[in-house]
Design a protein around this ligand. Sequence first.
Ligand SMILES: [Zn+2]
Ligand SMILES: [Zn+2]
Length: 326
Amino acid sequence: MPKCHYCEREAVVRLPYAKLNLCEKHFEEYLLRKLERSIARYGMFKKGERVIVGVSGGKDSIVLADLLSKLGSARLLVVHVDLGIGEYSRKSSEVVRRFSVERGLDYFIVRLLDYNTSIPELASSLRSRRPCSICGVVKRYVLNAVALDLGFDAVATAHHGDDISVYILKSFLTQDYDQLYKISPVNPGIKGLAARRVKPFYEFYEFEIEKFAEAKNLMYVSEKCPFKHIGWLEKIIRDLLEKAEEEAPGFKIALLRSHARRVLAVEGRSAEKPKACASCGLISEGSECSFCRLTRRALGYPLGLQVRRSIVSSAGFTIRADSKQA
Ligand SMILES: [Zn+2]
Ligand SMILES: [Zn+2]
């Protein structure tokens, strides 16, 4: 490796899109500045706001929690959803717990097994849906519920630019414009129904997250979820974007920025009025939210309200009048 661009030390990473070689110290400074700029550029959250970080225990979310805590601008709560996927979930929640304790970060773990269910169980009774999509619904629901019921301003997740740019192209190629317009670095909140959702790694590459975790020797769960599935179209798009990035470093960031400009310009123009789920009171497209609908189909009853009540009681709070709608 050549020398760092800013000092005499040996570089640990090369960033082709920025034409920089950086040592460990300057790499961290670079990522912190990049994160700070992304948060400001898209108005993700303001100094002093209370922000939930969804942490699965994998490298992306551990690095996000690490960098956000070092940035120190928001008041953080680490939230982990234990999906009940055997050894994988046991390991993941242990990593999140140890990480949070070591950093002195507040953390909150929601266990599906406490509600007598799990992703494998939900997946086997809902054969028509992929486990990944069930998992997505569950995690989104829990993070939103914790944010609203404990009074947080935003939910940050560690989706990075490599994955997001694939979703953008996939939605375009399948002409799924509803989905396309939902992909954004910031999804504004709706009072009492949905918390603001932000993706601070919107312009981050996976390789820089991985290099950083390696350089800092961060502990994370390296095993992939046993249910992880990547479809053929995603593979093709991923390869295509990789080639474009090689040809023109920074290609993905340019794509992500143009997409964000377009999407943020039309946001709020949606004709649809957000509704409250009849079962749990949180945001819903139909009469019942996707989480309540999904658990009703799999278990025979909707789980939303029970999850919300136990979040409130286990955190030692009481449900505020404005969020009690069911
Ligand atoms: Zn340096
Ligand atoms: Zn619901």
